[in-house]
Design a protein around this ligand. Structure first.
Ligand code: HPA
Length: 282
């Protein structure tokens, strides 16, 4: 039986360092915060100051994002005076990549020195008040993706064999986000994220199940990245953009164009919220 092995990311880091050096004629600095952008939220990467853009297709054994609304680039630079690495072009499990490949962005940001990650996604609202266009801070998750990205050969440098996820969504960062949102007058709800593998949206019966389980919103991503970040002791702030009400809760069929359209509509407050939070994170 083949035991999954976590990918050696050294060759990827070497290419990033070398492209950085070619462009800036200096060594790559230590970064502070990594940001993973969800469907339709790539706009944030255009706000980066002094950007060094790495096309992920230049990186050895890095998966190609195949989804509309995902760009396939890593932007290194500054935002709100913080040194950030922004991943625009997420790798999803439903694309057929392995769980180990899905979490490469987290491994890369950790190798480049970050202390924490902001992860964003598009999600379907299960709880009644989570209407399209709402932001939800993720306080916890339920993983029904049928996989765990840490399954496989244990490597000490990737964290303990049995990581504790009690505070995977760093409470202190969550409080900062809540306070900033309040100050900025941007409504930010709190909730529990459920994840299925996709690519189908859930059935109405599955949405009823989520509701019984206490899930507020549902997605096809994020959970693997958060598991790996928590195992490596990275702080995590997760923010979902509710792009639709989950299946069966409205009389409209679900469509990916609705997801990107709503994400587009909230780009201004989204940028405002993330940039303001970045200033305050410790
Ligand atoms: N379900 C799962 N994932 C999603 C949804 C949804 O309704 N909307 C955006 N991502």
């Amino acid at each position: 039986m083949d035991i999954p092995v976590h990918q050696d990311i050294k060759p990827i880091i070497e290419v990033i360092q070398s492209e950085y050096h070619t462009k800036n004629k200096t060594e790559i600095p230590k970064y502070e915060i990594g940001i993973i952008l969800g469907s339709g939220l790539g706009i944030l990467s255009e706000k980066i100051i002094n950007p060094t853009v790495i096309e992920t297709k230049h990186l050895p054994n890095y998966p190609i994002s195949t989804v509309a609304g995902h760009a396939g680039k890593i932007v290194l630079g500054e935002l709100s005076q913080r040194k950030v690495i922004v991943f625009s072009g997420r790798i999803h499990y439903y694309e057929g990549y392995t769980p180990q490949q899905v979490v490469l962005p987290v491994r890369i940001m950790k190798a480049l020195g970050v202390k924490g990650m902001i992860v964003t996604n598009a999600a379907g609202g299960v709880r009644e008040d989570l209407r399209p266009g709402t932001f939800m801070r993720i306080t916890d998750h339920i993983n029904l993706m049928g996989m765990n990205p840490l399954r496989g050969l244990h490597q000490n440098e990737l964290g303990p064999r049995f990581p504790d996820l009690t505070s995977a969504y760093t409470p202190e960062w969550g409080e900062v986000a809540d306070q900033v949102a309040k100050k900025q007058n941007i409504p930010l709800k709190k909730g529990i994220l459920g994840a299925l593998s996709g690519p189908t949206y859930e059935t109405p019966a599955e949405v009823r199940m989520w509701r019984i389980l206490g899930v507020s919103a549902v997605c096809m991503s994020t959970v693997p990245e958060v598991i790996v970040a928590a195992a490596m002791n990275l702080k995590v702030l997760g923010i979902s953009c509710i792009t639709n009400v989950a299946a069966g809760l409205s009389n409209k069929p679900l469509d990916h164009s609705e997801v990107t359209e709503i994400a587009n509509q909230v780009r201004e407050p989204f940028i405002q919220l993330i940039t303001a939070i970045l200033t305050e994170l410790e």
